[in-house]
Design a protein around this ligand. Structure first.
Ligand SMILES: Cc1cc2nc3c(=O)[nH]c(=O)nc-3n(C[C@H](O)[C@H](O)[C@H](O)COP(=O)(O)OP(=O)(O)OC[C@H]3O[C@@H](n4cnc5c(N)ncnc54)[C@H](O)[C@@H]3O)c2cc1C
Length: 489
């Protein structure tokens, strides 16, 4: 066969351990790499603004890497099916390779494409690689899907994790390149206003940035990961966690690469093994989220535990909109929550512990449906990922698989005092209260007036009073849960 092969790139924007590219390149024919920005296929879950920013730089980085091999990636915007068929017919392509993706809309697209291509006698080969295991493969002893994380983890760790494939050292040049858009045409990065300054400072999208992140984590943070992972830190300094999530999401690195690198490091240096053991369990949470969305395709919209369909959320009102806005803007009056939401807005990322506290506050203290928080995260996170985002929001809200019991309601003050004891994180993100002493940094409204005066802080003016009282809000949430329990089987 001498016809060229198309590698349809999706969330696999890398050269290393890219099975689709690896298999296609083994055929010894020219390979054409294609990325299609198809908002219509993704529907409601089209990429949010922050993900678009990431995509721009990730593709730019991939282009640079490919150009070093004498290749490039063709960019097209529109219907994936139409673009692929048009280019295949134009170039006489008979085979297409891609990485399998597991979001419900992506699976549907794959199926439609498969059928359409068949009509033209073109084969679509979907390769694994985005996950440690294809979600349909792991199941319980009686052949059912897992609903609980621990047995899922046991099953996952009992299987062999595939060895990553190397990046191609050369790609056969393709001479008749079809027309391509430019990244600039797609207007993915904000210009007026340019809100991405904090993100440029925080991230290096692309495969090189991903490798650097992994190496830096293994060298600097892995040994203490089990101790420090719950402590948010100032941005732009060595993180307590890997910060690999956006790189994993865009497929700039695979979980298999991370898995084997962590195993190797732990074997070479036993002082790292405890931290890395936990790190592997976190990678398994990502797998579990995909497992859930694979088996429950309505996960982003409907509660996993169906009784929560009739949960008495706060009905839409002006008060609810105002509270949602205060939460989004980091103006709830609870410093740890406000710090998290501001970190999210500025850098496109939020520390996991703070995500949990902020999500719990929205769904339990404010009784605002988890879908609204999920939507905000979707637009703001650089790692916005349909499986992890919906599974995590549901988990925190108490309606997800293996979820925290509903009655466990985080106290934002105690959480702040426990995980940001000296207030370093809060002081960075909430500078208007930075001068408040440690004792009151998580309860600025309790700080004596003479101190506040000294620092020119006016609670309720320069920094808000708590938008709800913790005890009252907790009681209201528990009442709502009791109502649900008493009205549903
Ligand atoms: C409300 C809420 C929403 C979330 N939304 C997302 C999302 O859209 N995208 C996303 O990738 N993660 C999401 N998470 C999970 C988690 O917060 C992030 O994966 C983690 O903070 C990423 O930082 P890290 O790479 O430094 O993680 P590390 O602690 O270094 O963990 C390593 C990797 O394991 C995976 N991981 C870790 N924790 C989880 C978890 N609880 N669930 C699933 N995977 C996990 C991630 O891929 C992460 O990169 C969400 C959590 C909550 C509570």
């Amino acid at each position: 066969m001498t016809e060229p092969i198309i590698v349809w790139l999706r969330n696999d924007l890398r050269l290393s351990d890219n099975l689709a590219l690896y298999q296609a390149n083994k055929k010894g024919v020219p390979v054409l790499l294609l990325y299609v920005l198809d908002d219509e296929a993704a529907g409601t879950w089209r990429m949010g603004s922050t993900s678009r920013w990431w995509l721009h730089y990730s593709l730019e980085s991939l282009k640079t890497d490919l150009q070093k091999l004498g290749s490039d990636v063709i960019l097209r915007r529109g219907s994936t099916v139409d673009v692929i068929i048009e280019i295949s017919r134009q170039l006489g392509v008979k085979e297409i390779y891609c990485s399998k993706q597991f979001e419900p809309w992506a699976r549907e697209l794959e199926q439609i494409l498969h059928q359409k291509l068949e009509e033209y006698g073109i084969t679509l080969n979907c390769c694994a690689g985005q996950l440690l295991h294809a979600p349909g493969k792991l199941c319980t002893k009686i052949g059912k899907s897992f609903q609980v994380y621990t047995p899922f983890l046991r099953a996952l760790t009992a299987t062999d994790i595939r060895i990553p494939k190397p990046a191609p050292s050369n790609l056969l040049k393709f001479t008749r390149l079809p027309q391509s858009d430019t990244l600039k045409d797609w207007c993915l990065i904000p210009i007026a206003p340019d809100w991405a300054g904090g993100m440029r400072k925080a991230w290096q999208p692309g495969e090189t940035g991903a490798q650097k992140r992994l190496n830096s984590f293994l060298e600097k943070s892995a040994a203490t990961y089990h101790i420090n992972r719950d402590r948010p830190k100032q941005p732009y300094c060595t993180a307590s966690t890997s910060k690999l999530s956006p790189h994993l999401h865009f497929g700039e690195i695979t979980p298999a690469i991370c898995w084997h690198a962590a195993k190797l490091k732990a074997a070479q240096d036993p002082t790292h093994s405890e931290g890395l053991e936990i790190f592997l369990k976190e990678l398994a949470w990502r797998e579990f989220s995909y497992h859930l969305i694979y088996h429950s395709t309505d996960l982003p919209a409907e509660p996993f535990r169906k009784r929560f369909v009739s949960f008495p959320w706060q009905p839409p009102s002006k008060v609810r909109s105002t509270q949602l806005k205060a939460w989004q803007q980091g103006k709830t009056g609870y410093p740890i929550i406000d710090a998290g939401l501001r970190e999210l807005w500025t850098t496109g990322w939020m520390h996991n512990r703070v995500r949990m506290i902020a999500a719990s506050f929205l769904t339990k203290h404010l009784l605002i449906p988890w879908q609204q928080g999920q939507d905000w995260f979707w637009d703001c996170l650089v790692d916005a990922n349909l499986a992890s985002n919906s599974a995590s929001w549901q988990w925190v809200s108490g309606c997800g698989a293996d979820a925290a019991p509903y009655f466990r309601i985080f106290n934002p003050v105690i959480q702040g005092q426990k995980f940001d004891a000296d207030g370093t994180y809060v002081r960075f993100w909430v500078p208007e209260i930075a001068k408040i002493p440690n004792k009151y940094i998580h309860t600025p409204w309790l700080c004596p007036k003479h101190m506040l005066d000294m620092y020119n802080i006016k609670i309720g003016v320069t920094y808000p009073l708590p938008i709800v009282d913790h005890k009252q809000a907790r009681d209201r949430a528990l009442e709502a849960y009791q109502f649900l329990k008493s009205t549903t089987p």
